[in-house]
Structures are given as C-alpha cells and as structure tokens.
Design a protein around this ligand. Structure first.
Ligand code: OGA
Ligand code: NI
Length: 348
C-alpha cells in the first residue's frame, strides 16, 4: 500500500465530520466574513436583459452594460441565449465530478498553476499562509480541441457537458465584448482584436459545507486578473461584492449569470471600467458549486489602454505588459485585498 494513501489533499475529503475547522482555515479577527451584517445587493448589481442586443434596442442595452461596468463592475444577465439545458448539464456533470471517489478525482490533482488542466484546493497552496474553504478544477478551454483530451474522463458526462458549456459561454463573452467596446465609443470589434490570441479558462469551484463559516472564506476578497468573468452558480448564494465601501450579497437566481469586469478591462478602458473586489462565503447547511469562466488575452498579448481613451484629461494609468507577466505576478502574489494592478501603475 502506498505510504501516502492516508494523506488527504482535498478539502472535500477531510471536511466532513468534525464540528471545528482546522486552524489554517481560521482568519484573524478583523478579517472574517461577518455573515449577519451583509445586505443583499438589490438594485446595486443590475439585472440586464440581453434579448434586446440583437434588435432596435441594442443601443439601450449597450448603455446599461456600460453604466454597470462603470458603477458596479458587476451585473447579472438574463435571456442571454444559453439554453437552460446547457447550464443544467454543466452543473450536474460538475457536481458528479466532485462527488466521485477521492482516488478517481486525484488523478487530476496538481499544485502547479501553469498546468492547463488541474484539480487543486484553496487558492495557491505553494505560496499561501492561510487556506480557503474550496476545492477547484481549472480547465483551459479555447481552442477546445487543444485541451479536451486532458480534461477529466470521469464521469463520462463531464467532457461533453463542459465542451458544450464552454463554447456557449465563449459566444456570450464575444457578444458582451462587442457591446462593451461600443459602450466605450470604440469600434464594436475593438476589444475582441485587442486580446490577440484569445484564451478561455474555466474553474469549477466546489465549496463543501463548513461547520464554522463565520471564521473562514470560500475565497477571500480579490479582483479577477482576466478581461471579463461570466459566473454560473448552482442556486446556493455565497458571492459578495464590494459596493461603496460595503460588502453586498449577490443572490443566486436560476438561469441568470453574473458578469464582472476583470483587471485587463480596467487597463484596456484606461480606468473607465473598474475591476471590483469580491469574495465567496460558505455556509453550514449546503455545499455550493460555482463555475466562473475567465475570458483572457493570450499570454503573449501586450495589454494597454485604447489610444482613443487616453488624452490630457485621462492620462495613461498603466504601463504596457504582457498578460503572461501579469498572471505570473497574480499567482505568486496570492489573493490579497490590494490589486495586482498597482504593480503596473504608471508613475506620475
Ligand atoms: C472566482 C470567484 C466567486 C464564487 O472564482 O474568481 O470570484 O461565487 N468566485 O464562487
Ligand atoms: Ni473572482
């Protein structure tokens, strides 16, 4: 028998049973979720109906999207064009993956953030001091043919469900990027071409039930490093967003997706649109699953503000960098309240 057979790598495999969480998950006083003090986001995170994007109302919807990117950095979308069955099959296959026996799941385990398919836990266990109450599977998914062979082969429903979901979300991401370009008074295809060779990374976050949710996070406050994120949730709420200096809870509604501005859109828009702090809290009663899709530039793409958005009144805020440099710093830095963007700020 292998000596390591009793070692538990993943949270899901040692989480159940004890009424206490291990000390490495306990956040210091002052950095805890205050679960009772957080209000629902209400109108602060608008719901935008995307059905109007393909008709005479396009301009109105584009304006709504632009306002949301500017004011909240977050919005929800409904009538987004992804069929319910596609969402459902993805959630179902993802749950089935995380419910597989440990030995089957562990075939995909790796702590190396540069690997294109990997199952891991917390955020980056190689560099972090405190752990987060999360296991996650990360998959590169564009172009699908380059990566699908690496994806988990169990359960058998997983690959087809994830491939179908990934291609639908990519179409939605491109529609949103066009609308966002227009909302910045740029050509519709501006952002799409500024990303160079596109990349698309999906995560499946699995947050087991937690006996002491008031002491820890599923994910602590962070900003997403990519361009835009499109998040699907399983109906259990847990996402919180920073709004006017206060955390607000975003309710998970079936069929709706949550979209947020990432750091690269903040750079490309020269600060017009904001990448906003958000976090995930966990709960005692229910496990939770969320599927963010991070739409990204290719690693070699040089990211910089659109010329049209730089002038005397709006000086360039960030130095040029390649997205690969950016993500290196992001993974090494760990999740922290300050943004990785501060490292690339232009000096006065
Ligand atoms: C993320 C994230 C939020 C959630 O994975 O970057 O912010 O609700 N997830 O799981
Ligand atoms: Ni995030």
């Amino acid at each position: 028998m292998a000596a390591s057979s009793s070692l538990k790598f993943l949270l899901a495999d040692f989480a159940s049973g004890s009424p206490f969480i291990p000390s490495k998950y306990i956040r210091p006083v002052g950095d805890r979720p205050e679960l009772d003090g957080v209000e629902n986001s209400g109108e602060a995170i608008p719901v935008i109906d995307l059905s109007g994007l393909n008709g005479p109302d396009r301009h109105k919807v584009v304006t709504e999207i632009g306002m949301a990117c500017k004011n909240a950095g977050f919005f929800k979308v409904k009538r987004h064009g992804i069929p319910k069955e596609v969402l459902h099959r993805m959630l179902h296959a993802s749950k089935a993956f995380f419910h597989l026996p440990e030995s089957v799941r562990l075939k995909n385990y790796s702590d190396d953030p540069t690997k294109s398919t990997r199952l891991s836990t917390s955020f980056n266990i190689a560099t972090e001091k405190l752990s987060s109450w999360r296991d996650y599977l990360r998959l590169h998914c564009h172009p699908i043919e380059s990566f699908i062979n690496e994806w988990p082969s169990q359960p058998p429903s997983f690959k087809p469900a994830a491939a179908d979901y990934a291609s639908h979300v990519r179409c939605l991401a491109l529609r949103l990027l066009n609308a966002i370009s227009e909302s910045l008074n740029l050509k519709s295809g501006y952002l799409e071409s500024a990303l160079g060779r596109h990349a698309q990374h999906m995560a499946i976050n699995y947050y087991p039930q937690c006996p002491q949710p008031e002491l820890t996070y599923g994910l602590p406050g962070h900003k997403d490093p990519n361009v835009i994120t499109i998040l699907m949730q399983d109906g259990v709420s847990g996402l919180q967003v920073m709004r006017d200096g206060k955390w607000v809870a975003v309710q998970a509604e079936a069929g709706e997706l949550v979209v947020n501005v990432g750091d690269q859109l903040q750079v490309l828009s020269n600060g017009r649109y904001k990448s906003v702090l958000h976090r995930a809290v966990v709960n005692k009663d229910m496990e939770r699953l969320s599927v963010p899709m991070f739409y990204c530039p290719g690693p070699e793409t040089v990211v910089e503000a659109a010329e049209e958005l730089v002038d005397e009144e709006h000086p360039r805020l960030y130095k040029k960098f390649t997205y690969g440099d950016y993500t290196d710093k992001f993974w090494k830095g760990g999740l922290r309240m300050e943004s990785c963007l501060d490292l690339f700020r232009e000096s006065e």
